[in-house]
Design a protein around this ligand. Structure first.
Ligand code: ADP
Ligand code: MG
Length: 237
């Protein structure tokens, strides 16, 4: 289990990027056929400096989720590399990728990562326990309250609405203050008021020196970002 000996680890250089994609490509082979290749990403560079909130925008199918999966180490690029907190994340053994992700990265994907045999609070606390053993009940309750889920803490994930599921996953991604937060359309299914709560968390509740990448169609989220990266047909414009 990760997390032991953390207090003796050397501090990260505060001026180096928290997250970097260097010339990443991602090809998919449809039906395993060599002549039926889909280029999801083509030579994309992305550097996230400490304190930055980067919004990734672009039409459906432009490669946004593919990029987020590479940045999270959930998928490996066909070419290029991904670095987190000064360490290479891509093309490493799955256990090493899981260790780096558990330690540095909170990720919210478009599918729910919540376990149905735990309630919402239990799921958020479990996520926190991997990242930072000291991240306790108080932080989980605080995050869920800020996201308007105080009344739903004891609910099973299967009973949540789409918007509630997205917010519960966001709480699980944010607990323990990861150095990198990656969120794929966190406001896709939420109401205007809920979107404002999510936006407040993303802009005001992130620790100093951390980096955030949000895939979004929301004008409000893009406007709050320090930088907007537009993907068009797998290329960063
Ligand atoms: N597992 C996969 N197998 C084959 N093609 C895929 C796969 N995942 C994504 N793609 C293709 O890659 C492109 C980018 O997809 P995606 O990253 O999901 O775009 P976005 O998130 O911007 O909508 C699309 O053409 C999509 O069909
Ligand atoms: Mg997507």
């Amino acid at each position: 289990m990760s997390g032991t000996g953390r207090s003796t680890d050397p501090p990260q250089n505060p001026t180096s990027p928290v997250l970097q994609a260097r010339g990443v490509h991602r090809f998919y082979r449809r039906g395993g056929q060599l002549d039926n290749e889909v280029v999801a990403l083509r030579d994309v560079d992305l550097t996230v400096e400490p304190g930055e909130l980067v919004a990734v925008v672009g039409p459906s199918g432009s490669g946004k989720s593919t990029l987020l999966g590479l940045l999270a180490g959930l998928d490996d690029p066909s070419g290029g590399s991904v670095w987190v907190a000064g360490e290479r994340l891509s093309h490493r053994a799955p256990a090493e990728q899981a260790r780096l992700r558990g330690r540095h990265i909170g990720v919210l994907t478009q599918s729910s990562g919540l376990l149905d045999h735990l309630d919402v609070l239990g799921n958020v606390m479990l996520a926190g326990s991997f990242r930072q053993p000291a991240a306790g009940t108080a932080q989980a309750v605080d995050l869920l309250g800020r996201l308007g889920l105080r009344e739903r803490m004891r609910a099973r994930p299967g009973t949540l609405s789409g918007g509630e599921t997205a917010r519960a996953n966001l709480a699980a991604a944010m607990i323990g203050d990861p150095a990198v937060l990656l969120a794929d359309e966190p406001t896709a299914e939420v109401s205007r008021a809920e979107e404002a709560a999510v936006l407040r968390l993303l802009t005001r509740h992130r620790p100093a020196g951390s980096g955030t990448v949000v895939v979004t169609h929301s004008v409000a989220v893009a406007r709050a970002a320090s930088r907007v990266v537009t993907l068009v047909a797998g290329t960063a414009a």
